[in-house]
Design a binder for this molecule. Structure first.
Ligand SMILES: [Zn+2]
Length: 302
């Protein structure tokens, strides 16, 4: 949020959750349409928000249209609750949604807005995950015309995308897409899975939680409804694989704070040049630390 921006002091003239009721209703209708057609990019009238496009305005509009008094929201950016983008979005919600709560624990939240990560904790059926999306259409890299892309989506014609993956295999011996991995929903539409790492893509498959994806600049909403097949594009002989985090001896690296060997790890280079690994999901890491009562946890924090 722009630090120079000040909200009106008199909240009487100020609508709950910033957006007017008509805007929120329109977004909710489009959410229903997106849920009805898994992976279909539903156009909507993306509103101007008091922050730049690209800072999560699409995700924020989804969150604001869903959030009510008594709901609990968690906002994460690259897995962290305390990064600038996440803090700004959380403060904006706290300012504009009186009665709504915020938390840093995924299990306590019923709406989780995220950029670049899906939380490590398994989400439940009473939770909604909102992902911020910069580029909603996975076909953009192979077809510049949106009209042609719509026809390709309608016909399920993803051959140029598969060719692109094949070119990766020819050049690098594997599919080299690190994020925004194209994923087929319910056997038809292929979606851009947003800039989550490959590690998180399998979490979309048969997810109990509803996953909503919002692109503010591109004015599109799409959804992975609960218990829907979400299969990353791959070939029979070259399977989809996630980041393995193996060291030079082939052992799985662990988090330096909580010793987790199942989480997605961030590499941190200390001033002395030494390399360390730590959970990218700070809420998950903190929870594990408090459960383990590991005194070293706090010391290891950079
Ligand atoms: Zn950890």
């Amino acid at each position: 949020m722009n630090p120079g921006y000040e909200l009106p002091v008199d909240n009487v003239n100020y609508n709950f959750a910033f957006l007017d009721e008509f805007a929120k209703r329109e977004i909710r209708r489009n959410i229903l349409k997106a849920i009805s057609i898994p992976g279909y990019q539903t156009p909507y009238a993306s509103r101007e928000m008091p922050m730049g496009r690209g800072f999560g305005t699409g995700g924020l509009q989804l969150t604001l249209s869903l959030l009510g008094a008594g709901d609990t929201l968690k906002v994460i950016d690259q897995g962290a609750d305390d990064s600038v983008n996440a803090v700004n979005l959380r403060q904006f919600v706290e300012l504009t949604c009186p009665g709504a709560n915020t938390t840093e624990r995924a299990a306590e939240a019923n709406i989780i807005q995220s950029r670049h990560r899906i939380p490590e904790d398994k989400l439940s059926a009473d939770q909604i995950l909102v992902l911020q999306v910069p580029t909603p259409d996975p076909l953009t890299i192979v077809e510049p015309s949106e009209a042609r892309r719509k026809i390709m989506h309608g016909e399920g014609d993803y051959a140029p995308l598969l060719t692109r993956l094949y070119e990766d295999i020819v050049q690098f011996d594997e599919i080299a897409i690190s994020n925004r991995y194209p994923t087929r929903l319910n056997g038809h539409y292929v979606i851009d899975s947003s800039p989550i790492p490959r590690f998180d893509v399998p979490k979309m498959h048969q997810s109990a939680a509803l996953i909503l994806l919002g692109a503010g600049r591109e004015r599109k909403i799409y959804a992975v409804p609960p218990f829907t097949d979400a299969v990353p594009l791959a070939f029979e002989d070259v399977a989809f694989r996630t980041e393995a985090f193996l060291d030079s001896k082939g052992n799985r690296r662990h988090c330096d704070r909580c010793n987790s060997v199942t989480s997605y790890l961030d590499e941190i280079i200390h001033p002395d040049g030494s390399r360390h690994w730590q959970c990218s999901d700070t809420g998950y890491c903190n929870d594990r630390c408090s459960q383990l009562k590991n005194a070293e946890c706090e010391e290891a924090r950079p």
